[in-house]
Design a protein around this ligand. Structure first.
Ligand code: FBP
Length: 262
């Protein structure tokens, strides 16, 4: 049913997407704790870790840095994004065309949809155009499905996150990235309603190694296919150590205790 079936951005049907669009979405504040993380080369280097199946960046970083990493990194072109200075109803500017991303060598596109925003209709139409162009180029499609906006009081409730997950299937994503809905049961329901679409958990703000790995382990046991993570990796002094542990939990089905004691 899903045309995207190769392993360009997955490994054993699972995904560990390293996201690094934070300079646009949040601003340099996300790099303050580990100033080296402001240098894209530092994080491109991290993305060469075996556990990372795709590296999600915007057009500017891809143009400037990806050519030096094309043999070691699978590029996921994050097509839309908006700065944190935008104060309107949630929306995301389309900054990059599929054609240009394909020319640069991207294996897949990433696209944010703010379901529930007053801008949902326009964003869904933009997603349609990108999704169809991605199909023409045999690129995978990853939806950042983040319900938010005036009408949504709690954008991480179980029912809202399950709806986010289902939107990915309904609109034609191969992989849908959702926030953790707070419990194993809610995560399982979100995965159950996603059909053949793979669900990956969004990393969120930085937590301890143990807390983060345990949440990832719970999500995997609930049916998730992996993780899309930014701050919990690049805000660490030693991101490789955490990626080693994530590799065990996601791809080798190890427990958090096993991964931490390896
Ligand atoms: P994190 O793991 O750091 O949360 O990154 C995932 C991500 O989706 C990024 O791609 C994006 O920049 C950020 O979260 C957006 O987070 P939010 O919209 O919740 O501020």
């Amino acid at each position: 049913m899903i045309p995207f079936a190769d392993d360009a951005i997955t490994r054993d049907e699972k995904a560990l997407i390293l996201a690094y669009d934070h300079g646009l979405e949040h601003g340099p504040v996300d790099f303050e704790d580990v100033p080296a993380s402001a240098d894209p080369e530092t994080v491109f280097d991290v993305a060469t870790h075996d556990a990372v199946t795709a590296f999600a960046v915007g057009k500017g970083l891809a143009e400037a840095y990806y050519p030096s990493y094309e043999d070691d990194v699978s590029l996921l072109a994050k097509l839309n994004g908006t700065s944190n200075m935008w104060m309107g109803e949630p929306d995301s500017a389309v900054n990059w065309s599929v054609e240009n991303a394909a020319d640069l060598g991207a294996e897949a596109i990433g696209f944010t949809l703010y379901g529930g925003s007053n801008n949902e209709v326009e964003m869904a139409e933009e997603f349609r155009d990108a999704q169809e162009a991605a199909r023409d180029h045999d690129m995978g499609v990853v939806m950042w499905s983040y319900p938010r906006g005036q009408g949504l009081k709690n954008d991480t409730s179980g029912s809202t996150i399950a709806y986010a997950s289902r939107l990915g299937l309904e609109l034609g994503a191969d992989i849908t990235k959702i926030k953790y809905p707070g419990s194993a049961d809610a995560m399982q329901w979100a995965c159950d309603v996603a059909g053949d679409t793979k669900i990956v958990m969004s990393g969120g703000s930085k937590t301890s190694d143990r807390e983060f790995l345990e949440t990832v382990e719970t999500a995997m046991n609930a049916g998730a296919s992996g993780l899309a993570v930014g701050r919990n990796v690049f805000q660490r002094e030693n991101p490789t150590e955490l990626l080693d542990a994530l590799e065990q939990v996601i791809f080798e089905e190890k427990t958090t205790d096993e991964a931490l004691s390896a």
